[in-house]
Design a protein around this ligand. Structure first.
Ligand SMILES: [Zn+2]
Length: 255
């Protein structure tokens, strides 16, 4: 990594919709909460991104591409990247080798069918890998992963002669636990915490990955968090790459 560079904000969205709820056959209300992403949340996120001319990455389960092709169309036509996020948002560490292979196969197939391109990025649902996941990432030709939590800088994983860029993440930098799962912070408190993080990354010329979910950040006034983040990052000269752009830079040694 270079010593002097622009601070990096890898802003990405996990478009789960109701894939996890469909997989575990959840009740209609739980599924409706996920579908908020399709009916309302994604549109609000895309509007904000377009207003600030930011193109970013959406991690999408293959099942969502298959069942909501119009969402993929909207993401692609706005110039964003679609990367893989399982097939039905499975916990990969609970699957056999064969079942996980099917997940990767169907994820790549559905995304390729709907976007015309194989996904180059991958993020494990629930950020859980099995002991086979890295092998599948390598064998399905994926250029970067964004699931691990062992660094605050992107880095390279070497696996069976292949080089894969890792764009690390952190649960603190995800809207889901604070606003949906534990509901432990108000949106204002979450924004405060993330603003401190951005200020730190600006000072250290570092890297931060913020993960948001259209079904979470797109609800009501929470969307203002996204606007505040973008305004700060753009005003302070952050680089906001899509996953593939950052991964290419990392693999070239210029991240
Ligand atoms: Zn997810």
């Amino acid at each position: 990594m270079q010593v002097v560079r622009r601070p990096i904000l890898f802003l990405s969205f996990d478009l789960d919709v109701d894939s996890a709820e469909a997989y575990r056959k959840a009740d209609p209300v739980a599924r409706s909460r996920g579908r908020f992403a399709a009916r309302r949340g994604l549109g609000k996120v895309l509007d904000v991104l377009s207003r600030y001319s930011v193109r970013t990455t959406f991690f999408v389960p293959g099942w969502v591409a298959e069942n909501y092709p119009e969402l993929i169309e909207r993401i692609i036509s706005a110039g964003h990247e679609v990367a893989g996020h399982g097939y039905m948002h499975e916990r990969l560490d609970e699957l056999s080798w064969e079942a996980e292979n099917q997940v990767f196969h169907k994820m790549v197939k559905e995304i390729e069918e709907k976007t015309g391109k194989k996904p180059l990025g991958f993020r494990a649902p629930y950020w859980r890998w099995s002991t086979n996941t890295l092998g599948f990432i390598a064998s399905y030709g994926i250029m970067y992963d964004s699931s691990l939590m062992d660094d605050e800088e992107p880095y390279i994983i070497e696996h069976r002669g292949r080089r894969i860029a890792e764009l690390p993440v952190d649960w603190r930098l995800d809207d889901w636990p604070y606003l949906e799962y534990y509901r432990s912070l108000t949106p204002r408190e979450l924004l405060d915490m993330w603003m401190d993080e951005l200020a730190y990354v600006l000072e250290t010329r570092g890297y931060v990955a913020l993960t948001m979910h259209p079904q979470c950040i797109g609800r009501g006034s929470r969307i203002k968090i996204l606007e505040s983040i973008l305004r700060y990052a753009l005003d302070h000269g952050f680089w906001l790459p899509r996953g593939t752009e950052l991964a290419e830079a990392v693999l070239r040694g210029k991240g």
